[in-house]
Design a protein around this ligand. Sequence first.
Ligand code: A2H
Length: 255
Amino acid sequence: EAVGPQEYTALRLKVKEWAPEAAEAIKGKVPEGADVFFVPATLRPETMYGQTCCFVGPKITYGVFKVSEKEFFVVTDRAARNMAYQGIFPENGVYEKVAELVGSACVGTLINAPLSVHKEGVRILPMESVLPTKGTGVVTCVPSDSPDDYATVVDLAKKAEYYGIKKEWAELEIIPLISTPSYGDLTAPFLVKKLKISSPKDKKQLEEAKELAYKEGYYQGTMVYGEFKGDKVEFAKPKVRQQLIDAGEGFAYSE
Ligand code: A2H
């Protein structure tokens, strides 16, 4: 766990098509024609090209918060409260919840993920290990570079029926984004295999894989995709972050 404030990049993932249960839950509460965004918080903005889905905790209750008449955010109450003191809502300290959504009801929702190669959109999928007490409670999935994300999508595809999802939602193409001397250009799949991680429940090995991936990616990584291809990750990270912010697709969020 990090000490001191974490500086995240929050992303705006716009809903293109709601899962039926979620559509029912927000009916009459979110104005027709307004945009709703799932808002994940990430420490790896330079990997956003590789988003293949977006995770919610299936048992977590999220709020739908009003940013303006035309814009609403799906995040935890806790995150909305923090955002209200960071100038993200119109009035300082004020956050207005118009509806509640349990994570499981959102599964299958189609969203647009900024920068992702998957322009057709990606799905909201369940991840048991999402903490309601960290970030926004929404986690965007980059299986090339996050061992947790990779182990989860493999498990979701394997047990699609059990999870009540379509297998193909968990099987979007994983593209190489970052190359490192030790782990090649698909760091997370490499480490998951190397540490013999067989499920998202292998907590200890996943913790180790996450440490290794993060350090190696940050200090030794070179971009092999996107506008900063050929540049060191350390250099590309703030650049991609700033681009997302300038494009209105992301914003700074800290806690
Ligand atoms: B990261 P830190 Cl490619 N519960 O984004 C569980 N995990 C959460 C979360 C929550 N409520 N909120 C954010 N996270 C994840 C990308 C990524 C991330 C990559 C590689 C590593 C990585 C794509 N997922 O994180 O405890 C988010 O996943 C490993 C450090 O605040 C976020 O960044 O340090 C990261 O954990 C924040 O973790």
